[in-house]
Design a binder for this molecule. Sequence first.
Ligand SMILES: Cc1cc2nc3c(=O)[nH]c(=O)nc-3n(C[C@H](O)[C@H](O)[C@H](O)COP(=O)(O)OP(=O)(O)OC[C@H]3O[C@@H](n4cnc5c(N)ncnc54)[C@H](O)[C@@H]3O)c2cc1C
Length: 407
Amino acid sequence: MEVLIIGGGASGMMASIAAASMGASVTIYEHNDILGKKLRTTGNGRCNLGNMNLKDEFYYSPDRDMLSDFFIQFDEDDTIRTFRSLGLIIKDENGYMYPACEQAKVVADVLETQLRSYGVNVCTSVDIDDIKKNDDNSFTVATDGRNFKFDKVVLACGSYAGIAKKDRISSDKDGYALAYSFGHTIMPVKPALTAIKCDNDFLDRISGVRADALITLVKNGTTVAGEYGQLQMTDYGVSGIPAFQLSHYVGADKEGGYELLIDFMPGVDDDDYIAMMQSRIFAFQGYTIEQFFLGTLNTKLCDLIIDLAGLNRTDMVDEETQDDLITALGIVRCLKLNVTGVKDFSFAQVCSGGVPLNEIDRNCMSVKTPGLYICGEMLDVDGMCGGYNLQWAWTSGYIAGRAAGCY
Ligand SMILES: Cc1cc2nc3c(=O)[nH]c(=O)nc-3n(C[C@H](O)[C@H](O)[C@H](O)COP(=O)(O)OP(=O)(O)OC[C@H]3O[C@@H](n4cnc5c(N)ncnc54)[C@H](O)[C@@H]3O)c2cc1C
């Protein structure tokens, strides 16, 4: 059995190991000059390779109900077992799995060591010119002016996320184009797990501020979703994990019209907040407004909130300023940002969209072209932050490789 894996990233490397372990003769064609280029940069260089709390609900997909069919075959315990068998020591940080050495490159290296020990033929800096299915059910792949024949082909080409436009494979030859040429639908591909852009003119004043916050995404007055965590304010909007988690909704919705409400005192209930602030107003009588805010939030935020409430820093906390002070304290709990979109693909960690799950079977085989398998981010599944996207790459890569490697 000759199996070709197109794409030597996270899912492709896992697929090659699974196919080779079934006794297949495996070749990887990788566009980059090394395997696992993106994998080597994940998790800020530490690689959050999975999560102990794996649930379908941490994924977005129009066919989310199909996910359990895949995770039942390869779940978080299989991820741990597989990487342990490759010699990788994994540590658990509140459910988030990392290599104990804290080096993403080592995750790629242990996969590469294993696939090479299986004799997988690794061809890097390769681009595919054409693939055709033959009458005898084999595939002919044209690359570099030459034709090669394979029994099965696995598409593991990933997405546009994290890749600068100039470094992308042209859109008529990338993984989506290859899948499309075999009759697959490509659901619109959008950046997900990325920063959210807003157009408020005060953003440059608070750029660089990091704060624990609860952010709530609202559309036409209705709450869409909320996230808590460390937010990073930027001159174009908001970044950080809570913004990433909500970016899926904004990126996937052409209509727009979203607002982001930021609560900089999360976890304090309204009554406690009012009581806390009333006693602060009482304690700071005779002090300036600036002194009242000093020590509450980042000073850049305090300055902005004072201005938005129409207060002067040098005014005194007294009866005259009390109403504006209450307005300012309200802004601390609900700073409104006008959302204009999300940052582009190069900034994103994953993409939404791709080949719908209902166009593959539970072995990740194409229902349009038997013998063709699709795995990883090319499929219309994107996970939340926390190791869920790599888990999907391991799960779908393993299933596709194992099935493609079977006679
Ligand atoms: C900065 C960053 C940090 C991230 N951190 C995390 C994290 O900590 N945890 C987590 O779970 N997820 C993380 N992700 C997401 C995760 O990396 C991806 O979901 C995962 O790598 C997807 O695996 P894949 O195999 O589908 O695609 P990739 O890993 O992108 O691999 C696809 C490969 O196919 C190759 N290829 C594409 N087209 C062709 C072609 N036509 N011919 C030949 N080769 C081709 C590409 O060059 C690439 O090497 C992060 C992503 C980014 C960008």
